[in-house]
Ligand binder design. Structure first.
Ligand code: ZN
Length: 252
């Protein structure tokens, strides 16, 4: 049966392939010296407006489609992790963003696997609350803006911990939009979810106590106020949200 989700993810796959082949042309069109996208290494006049409910005026790279969080993570992973040290590693990329794929596939020493519950452009189908891999399989896991859609996010966190090798790391990024995490499983109406959680398919809002939830699952969590550390000039140039932090999760 062809579902709306399948049509949407096939369209996304076609669009992403088309976009990649258009990078050189888009880079010429968008060229400038006020902004820089670390994901596609493009110098730009400006970032483009993006956002479904609240439109952020300078959010999206007109070449690769990266948004603030992608550029932040790109810089963080380059500067603060061992991803690109040339040693062999197995990487799991959940809900794979095109703007991050090039980084994760930048060396043949990275054994890359993308996975998603419904996106057919991903290499494998995967339910992150029941991962079909044995314990201690992956060196790196990247999962951004997914857990706020998952009813049993604590189970997903435990699954990520299980399949990660001891001593290795994961970035499980979520939007932090509340002072304290707020969820109510009885709310299932999309309009009500949008009102309470900010988007029709979100099941909670996370607060900075997200780090505690990750620690409860068994991770050793380092909170990096990385956008702030980069300073105002780089934050503006690379189009970062200065308040956005990175939670780096290690398996003990
Ligand atoms: Zn870009």
């Amino acid at each position: 049966m062809i579902t709306t989700k399948k049509v949407r993810s096939t369209a996304k796959m076609v669009l992403s392939r088309t976009r990649r082949s258009l990078h050189p042309v888009l880079r010429m069109i968008e060229r400038g010296d006020a902004r820089y996208c670390p994901c596609c290494k493009s110098y730009l006049r400006r970032f483009k407006p993006y956002g479904e409910i609240v439109v952020r005026p300078e959010a999206m790279c007109g070449v690769c489609g990266s948004v603030e969080r992608d550029r932040l993570m790109h810089l963080f992973i380059n500067q603060k992790t061992d991803l690109l040290d040339g040693r062999r590693k197995k990487l799991l990329h959940i809900a794979p963003e095109l703007s991050m794929r090039a980084l994760f596939q930048s060396g043949d020493y990275i054994d890359y696997l993308s996975a998603d519950l419904s996106d057919v452009s991903a290499m494998e189908k995967m339910d992150i609350t029941e991962i079909q891999y044995p314990a201690n399989t992956f060196d790196v896991i990247y999962c951004s803006h997914v857990l706020e859609h998952v009813p049993d996010d604590r189970k997903a966190m435990r699954e990520f911990l299980r399949v990660l090798k001891p001593g290795r790391w994961a970035i499980l990024h979520v939007p932090i939009t509340a002072d304290v995490t707020y969820e109510d499983p009885s709310v299932t109406d999309p309009k009500e979810r949008e009102r309470l959680f900010g988007q029709f398919d979100h099941v909670r809002r996370y607060g900075p106590d997200y780090a505690t939830r990750l620690a409860d699952a068994g991770f050793v969590v380092e909170t990096h106020p990385f956008a702030e550390e980069m300073g105002a000039t780089i934050a503006t140039q690379c189009g970062l949200d200065p308040k956005e932090a990175v939670y780096l999760c290690r398996k003990p």
